[in-house]
Design a protein around this ligand. Structure first.
Ligand SMILES: [Zn+2]
Length: 400
């Protein structure tokens, strides 16, 4: 059976690169190129100082400035257009001043396309016993060496200014998924305070062309989300994110939240859900009107022997792959599936060969980009409903 080209586009083929064939727009310019009449799904293009980002867009995560084991050329071939790095990690190791002195985060990552940096707020808020939160900011001890630091709306912008990322995230108060209603309200109130401060400071601190996104909190409480969204929509941000999802709440509640809120976010700005998700989450989020995603899932799962296919995940450690001559997915166009069989990859994995990690990561990233490219292509071709139904059917398929 040959692959369905609508489900299996080359994930790099339709991406706009910053070349002469496209008129370059000013950073922050966002165009909605197609909208699905039957849902809130849409496809657009955001311009940054390092070229365009086509949406829907999945961003692989390079926490310390590298998507573990992958070169920039490999990422591009796998369909990456925008990469995420983390200001908390880079701000401490090797340090924002060092990254700046070395030539900035694009030089560090050898990545000439757009880079988004998370502010580090999420990481600091997950250091439960190591932080103290006030309206001024967060005092914390790092998980690296226990040293004391303060993170404020100003400091996270200063770090990201030094890193030189294209899209900077503001500091927000990110409560855990099981937070009480009182804590959720407190987090929203504080996040608004910090968002106003960031909105006032961004033009002073960030370089011209560095974009700044606000983050909407409120857990799975729709009224609180709407209240916070209304406050943030007034401020000077180039895009808005939904934060505080995929933090332990039940999956149906997470989906219900972006179903209710995403399409109410400003239509003329990119919409980003932070930290999701599974292929099913991405399908649901695109349908709800979300443009951007990031998740460690493809890279982390690859290292843990979990490989994604259109028929479900497979665990390459299983003994039934010991003599399996098939590639991970016979219809996959990635470098790993073009070169290696399951039995060879299993062998490399069992013997902890770094080549396994590279090939497994290549495959999983390619899969995520292809999954999103199928939706992007369908939206631009006016075929979203049909292709979304085919993707949904893949999710129901029996495991390989
Ligand atoms: Zn593959």
């Amino acid at each position: 059976m040959s692959a369905d080209p609508e489900l299996r586009p080359d994930p790099a083929a339709d991406l706009a690169r910053d070349d002469a064939s496209l008129a370059t727009q000013a950073p922050g310019h966002f165009e909605v190129l197609a909208e699905d009449p039957g849902s809130h799904a849409r496809s657009g293009r955001l311009w940054t100082a390092h070229g365009p980002m086509d949406t829907p867009c999945f961003m692989p995560v390079g926490t310390y400035g590298a998507v573990k084991g992958m070169t920039a050329a490999e990422l591009r071939r796998a369909g990456s257009q925008t990469i995420l790095a983390n200001a908390y990690h880079l701000g401490h190791r090797p340090g924002a001043d060092a990254v700046q002195a070395w030539g900035g985060v694009h030089q560090l990552m050898k990545w000439s396309g757009p880079i988004l940096t998370d502010s580090g707020g999420y990481q600091v808020f997950s250091l439960r016993n190591l932080q103290k939160i006030t309206d001024a900011g967060v005092r914390y001890r790092t998980h690296f060496d226990g040293s004391k630091h303060v993170m404020t709306p100003r400091s996270v912008l200063e770090v990201q200014a030094k890193l030189g990322s294209d899209i900077c995230m503001i500091l927000d108060h990110c409560p855990p998924g099981d937070a009480s209603p009182a804590l959720l309200r407190e987090a929203v109130q504080r996040s608004t305070l910090w968002a106003k401060e960031a909105s006032d400071l961004r033009r002073e601190i960030l370089a011209p062309g560095q974009l700044c996104f606000g983050i909407v909190q409120g857990g799975t409480d729709f009224a609180l989300r709407r209240h916070h969204l209304a406050e943030l929509a007034e401020l000077d941000f180039d895009g808005l994110a939904l934060g505080g999802l995929s933090v332990g709440e039940p999956i149906p509640e997470m989906h219900a939240t972006f179903d209710a809120i995403a399409h109410e976010m400003p239509r003329q700005k990119p919409r980003y859900v932070m930290g999701i998700g599974t292929p099913k989450d991405l399908l649901a989020a695109v349908r709800a009107g979300v443009d951007m995603f990031d998740c460690v899932m493809p890279t982390r799962h690859a290292r843990n022997a979990q490989l994604f296919t259109f028929g479900g995940k497979l665990n390459i450690r299983k003994s039934r792959f010991r003599e399996d001559p098939e590639p991970i997915d016979p219809e996959c166009g990635c470098e790993a599936c073009q070169s290696f069989s399951r039995r060879e990859l299993r062998h490399l994995h069992v013997h902890n060969d770094p080549l396994y990690v590279r090939m497994a990561t290549t495959h999983n990233i390619y899969f995520f980009h292809q999954w999103v490219a199928a939706m992007r292509g369908a939206l631009r071709a006016g075929r979203f409903e049909a292709v979304a139904a085919k993707l949904a059917a893949c999710l129901e398929a029996p495991k390989p």
